[in-house]
Design a protein around this ligand. Sequence first.
Ligand code: GTP
Ligand code: MG
Length: 356
Amino acid sequence: MFNLLKDKLKSWLGKPEIKKKSKKNTAAPKIKKEKSSKKTKSKKKAKQVEEIKTIETPKIEEEKENIGFFSRIFTKTSTSKITHEQVEEIFQDLEIILLESNVALEVVDKIKENLIKELVGTASKKEEISQKVSQILKNSMNEIMTEPDDLIKEIKNYSGSYIIVFFGINGSGKTTSIAKLAYKLKKEGISVALAAADTFRAAAVEQLETHAQKIGVPIIKSQYGSDPTSVAFDAKQYAQKNKIKCLLIDTAGRMYTKENLIKQMEKLIRVIQPNKKIFVGEAITGNDMIEQAKTFNEAIGIDGVILSKADVDEKGGTALSVSYVTKKPIYFLGTGQKYEDLEPFTKKTILKNLGL
Ligand SMILES: Nc1nc2c(ncn2[C@@H]2O[C@H](COP(=O)(O)OP(=O)(O)OP(=O)(O)O)[C@@H](O)[C@H]2O)c(=O)[nH]1
Ligand SMILES: [Mg+2]
């Protein structure tokens, strides 16, 4: 992931720009000294004058020269103070790169604010400006992202059955993320049970059941069309009775605009009182996904995010923006379709992926 944004930033920070340059040919005219008659002498002299004239006339030669983007803006300033206009000019170019890479507007604005704060009025050598901008970008990204608590540790340290509910729109990767997390927890020696509270979509229960069998964890299920809250309630009781350390509750995909479906989710949360409400969203949907996360957060409150399909997201802006907009951390990135493809979200990895 991030390939596109990484490449764009990399070429921008060291952006070569082609400038046409006129070059004066200063090579000394070669005048041959020849012995000759007076007649031919004056003829030769006239020719020489002619030659000198043509040679001395500046020869306009178009030549390509590489100049950096930053050098273009800071042509005159070597160590003079950077102006607001110069920062605006830098930002114009950067803004396009960020917006094209799905970085949310709020985040773009924050980066602009930081650039202005850190650059205007400071004196830097022309050659150091791109490095300085790169550092400000890195600091801004660091500030924008939220590092999550260690969820695995939190589950291990919890005294009862730790309950996590997953929700999101249709096909966002909820069931797959639950299976991946169950696999991870089991590998960590944590006992897990799954609750098939998606009683709505055809084959949803079978899908979760297949995962439960493959991973080797129990599943609590009911009839299609039954109340998701009652399935989740039964699962909670099962987990507590059997001292299951972590219960993962799958729910049906729902559009955040459908009020009755959001109400159904509110009821489940009110009754179950989970430790975490995790929103699962697709990295590739960019600003749409951020809107979804915001609306779900306002409606039922989210504690964190799993960003699925990060492996197919070339842009990467969603991963940078969602925690800033919702003020909730991303816990994991879904990076493929295998059980192992669930990576803890760390700022360090993201900054490395961005080449900053
Ligand atoms: N490449 C990739 N594919 C993923 C990832 N996570 C999920 N998928 C795929 O996305 C599709 C939908 O995943 P599900 O887990 O069924 O999504 P869901 O949110 O449970 O869907 P509904 O229950 O229908 O709302 C499946 O084909 C998954 O294999 C991921 O991290 N990377
Ligand atoms: Mg599902």
